[in-house]
Ligand binder design. Structure first.
Ligand code: ZN
Length: 172
């Protein structure tokens, strides 16, 4: 088990499209362990493998409330097969865009087809926070970030802020 460093904007790998998993083998199981450890430690409610530099379509999520017991969920090769016309707005953040939050509008409910940690093919209909989180993480697998859903002005401002921070760090 190992916590792994989380890639931060403007890291170019975050824009890479991840590859489907063909088999849930020991490598994938080890990746899941690392992802949960990294996500809980951050702390965050969702993580895509590409955020720790692994371009595979693997997502970990836990949207349990703080006082409730942990409810880890694994989504391998997740795919949105249906989305509601109804939309909801959530204030979103991202472990790869630290301390930056903006309201994002997305479908309120989605049906997602995926494989669980045991390699079983499943489907879930999600609403509320889980629906938003699933869409946010599936975006990561396609190289998209939540700032892509904002106005161009806001997006460019965010990218500029993080690019400057990265330059400062490199200069130090
Ligand atoms: Zn994110």
């Amino acid at each position: 088990m190992a916590k792994r460093p989380i890639l931060v904007l403007p890291e170019p790998l975050l824009r890479k499209v991840s590859e489907p998993v063909t088999r849930v083998d020991a490598q994938v199981r080890a990746l899941l362990v690392d992802m949960f450890e990294t996500m809980y430690e951050a702390p965050g409610i969702g993580l895509a493998a590409i955020q720790i530099g692994v371009p595979q379509r693997v997502v970990t999520i836990d949207v349990a409330r703080k006082d409730d017991p942990p409810a880890p969920q694994v989504f391998i090769n997740p795919e949105i097969v249906w989305a509601s016309d109804e939309l909801s707005v959530y204030e979103e953040g991202c472990l790869s865009i630290p301390d930056y939050y903006e309201a994002v509008e997305r479908p309120s409910r989605v049906r997602v087809r995926y494989m669980d940690g045991g390699g079983r093919e499943l489907e879930v209909e999600a609403d509320g926070l889980l629906a938003t989180c699933l869409q946010h993480e599936i975006d990561h697998l396609d190289g998209k970030l939540f700032i892509d859903h904002l106005s161009r002005l806001k997006r460019e401002r965010a990218i500029k802020k993080f690019s400057k921070a990265a330059k400062r760090e490199n200069a130090e």
